[in-house]
Ligand binder design. Structure first.
Ligand code: 9MJ
Length: 675
């Protein structure tokens, strides 16, 4: 019994220490497996000795039965709110005001920290043990959410023993990191449950659970930024000192907290955090500045509930409400129809937004966006604005559902939608002016043929006036044809012609990318160019041969093959080449002469020395064709562990079968070192 008690105590101390290393220092000492082993042992001992279980044991985070309601709690001292500043000027005024009040002309030291966008929580610790946790409520009384806060693993149930006051409240923000929020929503969506509009709502919803087992399943975290003890004299004399003390005790402050001397340094801190805002793993809605010295804080005092010594410098909101005025369909280069919401202009994320992409019809249906709806619009960092969700409470009875058009809004051709595909497409091809314009824009873009000065407006005019309907016709333009267009002086016309001329010297990969073959981005264009070396070789290749290119699967190979099979495309390519477009030969390592040269090889089962993909890459390097299905054309089958139906089929067809050892022996004598 005595032995069990002391082992239990030792395990709890070790676990608390590892929690501290992991959550506070972000520097774990042991692998997860060791931590899990300690927890398992503790659970086992506690099961054998239930009388030794105490509430601060790490096994006791999830409480007993669900509660009926949350009790009211009175905070030891009121929980404060913060005054807001929205501009540099507001912040400078704040600094001037308090310096005037303090009557000195010295620069002040400010403690600066991100303003977490979560829920303010106050936790009462007595003799180092978590005894109570409460929401802010009206500032004086809040709701008792102890059972739920106990489930948050970055909140210690027992403090590291390092000189904390016998009784104090630690204050901070409970929040849900963005990754956890996304995963939670994906899970809910998979189950057909309702999703949360943002991490803040998700954190609030998770803390408001009457069943703490639900809260325990949510990825909540807590960051601490305040301390209140009945006896102030026991606490450090600065805010930054208090954050450091809390960190020592196991209460994690923000890793971004800094002190700044003077308001210029404070504003610099603001800009620095603002520029990293979208990279942080959690959402923040501003930065908070606090006079660092507590004696000065006390001299400054409060106006109603807000301290004079602190201010929240808010970032422009990343989410705002606005109205959907209409939904239009844009036709892309490959005919894909993208619904775009026309919005009542709204200032969000630092810019005025009046359009937002709705991606595709499925997304539009899933979010159930209707014309006339009030929606949440989000713009974070440099990301394209998006409609997050509809505010259903505000839906008007006459809100109009959006339908996929039956014909292309630009050319009137039929709309096609492949089985199981999210994207609907205009079937008009190059008959559709929208597709022509988009493909020309792509053709001349920087990473494609890089024709400087040939912008969207000019392409629009060229197509609308019937001067150009395919890429090859760009190279038949002359100065006279251009000079007649709107806003086209003789000089700029000459520049465009010159840029077109200059673009003729290109590379095969740029040319392939410029053609705008479906699913062929820069990387695939590069892979195709280096694999085939010559345009003619690619144009004559069959699908199986195209699939031999690194990272090209059957779908892309199908698109590439279909593109070159189309007479109109071959014609355009011929004319482009005739107009003088050229590129240097692609340097390509000659495939080694090997027993696999020209042979069709299938890999099946699990290989111990490499993955199946690696084996296929080796086969290609040795001049073989890596195929995925066994047929009478298969020359070799490489069979690893647990080979199944392919092995059986190969045996039946009399295909030569190599085991892993024979295969590795073969390639080790032939494959050059490295890649
Ligand atoms: C947040 N939300 O991150 C305060 N806050 O200080 C920080 N909130 C605060 N400080 C006094 N970092 C009242 C509220």
């Amino acid at each position: 019994m005595q032995a069990a008690a002391s082992e239990i105590e030792s395990l709890r101390l070790q676990i608390a220490h590892h929690d501290y290393r992991y959550f506070v220092l972000d520097d774990p000492e042991v692998p997860d497996a060791e931590y899990d082993r300690l927890m398992r042992r503790l659970r086992q001992l506690e099961a054998e000795h239930p009388e030794l279980v105490t509430p601060d044991s790490p096994t006791q985070r999830v409480g007993g039965r669900p509660q009926d309601q949350f009790d009211e709690v009175r905070h030891l001292s009121p929980m404060l709110s913060l005054e807001n500043a929205f501009s540099e000027e507001d912040v400078r005024n704040f600094d001037r005001r308090i310096r005037d009040r303090l009557g000195g002309d010295q620069e002040l030291i400010y403690a600066c920290e991100p303003k977490m966008d979560g829920l303010a929580i106050s936790i009462l610790y007595e003799d180092g043990l978590l005894v109570r946790a409460a929401t802010r409520g009206d500032g004086t009384t809040g709701e008792d959410v102890t059972q739920n806060v106990r489930t948050i693993r970055s909140v210690p149930l027992r403090l590291q023993s390092r000189g904390w006051p016998a009784r104090f409240e630690a204050r901070g923000e409970v929040f849900m990191p963005v990754d956890g929020f996304r995963a939670l929503n994906a899970q809910s969506e998979g189950r057909g449950d309702k999703t949360f509009a943002n991490p803040r709502n998700a954190a609030a919803g998770s803390l408001r659970q009457l069943d703490s087992r639900v809260t325990a399943s949510r990825p909540l975290e807590m960051i601490f930024y305040g301390l209140y003890a009945p006896d102030e004299s026991t606490l450090p004399a600065t805010h930054s000192g208090r954050l450091a003390a809390m960190r020592d005790w196991g209460l994690r402050p923000s890793a971004e907290a800094r002190t700044c001397v003077g308001i210029d340094a404070v504003l610099q801190y603001h800009d620095e955090i603002a520029s990293r805002r979208s990279l942080l793993p959690f959402q923040i809605d501003g930065v908070v500045y606090k006079v660092d010295r507590i004696d000065l804080q006390q001299r400054l005092g409060f106006v109603s509930r807000a301290p004079r010594w602190a201010v929240a410098h808010k970032f422009p909101a990343e989410e705002e409400l606005t109205l959907v005025r209409g939904v239009e369909w844009q036709v892309g280069r490959t005919g894909a129809l993208t619904p775009v919401a026309r919005l009542e202009p709204v200032f969000v994320g630092g810019v005025t937004v009046s359009n937002a992409t709705l991606h595709n019809i499925d997304e539009l249906r899933r979010k159930d966006i209707r014309i006339g709806d009030t929606v949440i619009v989000r713009r974070a960092g440099d990301v394209i604005p998006e409609v997050v969700s509809v505010v259903m409470d505000r839906r008007a009875p006459n809100a109009k559902p959006v339908e996929l058009p039956i014909s292309c809004p630009v050319c009137g051709s039929g709309i096609e939608r492949g089985e199981g595909e999210a994207v609907a497409r205009c079937s008009g091809g190059l008959f559709c002016q929208a597709q022509v314009k988009e493909s020309l824009r792509h053709f001349v873009s920087r990473k494609a043929m890089d024709v400087e000065g040939l912008g969207e407006k000019l392409i629009e005019q060229l197509v609308d006036r019937g001067l150009v309907s395919s890429a090859d016709e760009l190279y038949r333009l002359n100065i006279e044809m251009l000079a007649g267009l709107d806003r086209m002086a003789a000089k700029s016309a000459a520049n465009v012609i010159e840029a077109l001329e200059a673009s003729k010297n290109t590379t095969l990969e740029r040319f392939l990318f410029a053609l705008g073959i479906r699913d062929v981005g820069e990387a695939t264009a590069r892979a195709l160019a280096s694999h085939f070396g010559k345009l003619a070789a690619l144009m004559e290749a069959n699908e199986e041969q195209i699939q031999q290119v690194r990272d090209v699967g059957p779908v892309v190979a199908g698109h590439v093959h279909a593109f070159f099979a189309e007479a109109r495309n071959r014609h355009v390519i011929q004319r482009l080449v005739d107009s003088g477009i050229c590129w240097p030969d692609v340097e390509r390592p000659e495939p080694l002469a090997s027993p696999l040269t020209g042979k069709t090889v299938v890999v099946t089962g699990t290989l111990s020395s490499m993955s199946r993909e690696e084996a296929q890459a080796l086969i290609r390097k040795l001049g073989g064709i890596a195929s995925s299905s066994v047929s009478s054309k298969t020359d070799y089958l490489i069979a690893g562990e647990k080979a199944g139906s392919k092995l059986a089929k190969a045996e039946k067809l009399g295909v030569t079968i190599l085991d892993e050892e024979s295969f590795t022996r073969l390639v080790s004598t032939l494959a050059p070192e490295g890649d």
